[in-house]
Ligand binder design. Structure first.
Ligand code: COA
Length: 325
């Protein structure tokens, strides 16, 4: 057993100022508030300004997380940004965040695992911390999805929004006198055979363009319910924790009906779920840390509680983490 625990020492988020309601969207897309709400639970989304890059959103979320952790940028040894909308093809968005917050030279890179990106990044940071390589890591999910939505495809463009969520993960010595804290178990998986269900139809080595989001909604829905629930079963089993002990389920915010179906499979009461989809829409890798931050700031999530995070997205890739906050 590791003698170092990976604890969440700070959480922060940032949403761009521009709020676009379903009614606003219906002025330029052939859709209606009633359709979007009843199919997805989304009421509005935030869109970044033209001159606001993913690293700007990420850096703002990072500042809030550092503030809550009581740490300075100089304390950070590792920055991982999970994103599918990087500032540039290279270098990583993480180095721009490093530069923008004034963090010293250290490890910085991006993760591409779409909506599961925050969980992939968390898992990697956890390994850096528990092996003693670094003390404090910034793990950020940040997306400017509005830059590659197809406004002619009403089945996808109404579902997504922009935003960023960040956590500071810190290594603390484990103490045998009390129950384990921080990350208790993680689980990751991906199945490339399912990639045609959710992808961007562009890229540097294929089209030389960014592409637009393409999705087979029904297949994504079916797989999301199956794999998000399965990922929660997996981490509770790995940590030998009963699902009834979970205080808060913080799922990826893609569709309220996916979340409700998962809750049913997991026999989790809906009052134990943090739901932000109505206000944020689907912000891909940012959705879980944005929801965690919302739950902490409104006083629902408290220190010592047991949280389970789970997400699925393009890849298809999915994952989960069980955390004693
Ligand atoms: N506004 C109004 N009507 C719309 C619409 C929109 N924005 N988008 C599609 N429609 C229409 C379709 O054209 C179709 O009309 P038709 O029956 O006349 O052909 C009808 O609504 C039903 O479309 P369908 O795609 O079957 O709807 P659905 O009930 O499967 O819901 C999703 C679509 C996308 C909301 C749903 O499949 C979903 O949420 N999937 C998961 C998506 C997701 O979570 N993706 C991200 C994962 S990271």
């Amino acid at each position: 057993m590791s003698t170092i625990e990976t604890v969440i020492s700070g959480v922060g988020s940032y949403l761009p100022k521009n709020v676009v309601t379903n009614h606003d969207l219906a002025k330029k897309v052939d859709t209606a508030d009633e359709w979007i709400r009843s199919r997805s639970g989304i009421g509005q989304r935030h869109f970044a300004a033209d001159d606001e890059a993913t690293s700007d959103l990420a850096a703002k979320a990072a500042w809030h997380a550092l503030d809550q952790a009581g740490l300075k940028p100089r304390d950070i040894g590792l920055i991982i940004v999970a994103t599918v909308t990087p500032d540039r093809t290279f270098p990583s968005t993480a180095v721009y965040v490093q530069e923008k917050i004034g963090a010293p030279p250290g490890i910085a890179f991006d993760i591409s695992a779409a909506c599961a990106g925050f969980l992939y990044a968390t898992n990697i940071a956890h390994d850096f911390i528990r092996t003693g390589q670094i003390k404090h890591a910034l793990v950020i999910g940040a997306e400017k999805l509005s830059c590659f939505l197809d406004w002619e495809d009403r089945g996808t463009c109404v579902l997504f929004g922009d935003g960023a969520g960040a956590v500071v993960l810190s290594g603390e010595p484990a103490q045998t006198a009390r129950e384990p804290r921080g990350i208790l178990a993680t689980y990751l998986s991906a199945d490339g055979r399912l990639a045609p269900h959710l992808y961007a139809d562009g890229g540097p080595s294929t089209t030389g363009t960014v592409g637009k989001v393409r999705m087979n909604g029904k297949e994504v829905f079916r797989n999301a319910v199956e794999e998000i629930s399965g990922a929660v079963f997996e981490v509770t089993e790995r940590a030998k924790v009963a699902r009834s002990e979970i205080d808060w389920f913080v799922p990826h915010q893609a569709n309220i009906r996916i979340i409700q179906s998962c809750a049913k499979k997991l026999e989790l009461c809906e009052s134990k779920i943090i739901v932000t989809i109505e206000k944020h829409a689907n912000t891909s890798s940012a959705s879980v840390p944005l929801a965690v931050d919302a739950g902490i700031r409104d006083g629902r999530i408290k220190r010592g509680q047991l949280l389970v995070f789970a997400a699925l997205g393009g890849g298809l890739a999915w994952g989960s983490a069980l955390v004693r906050y």
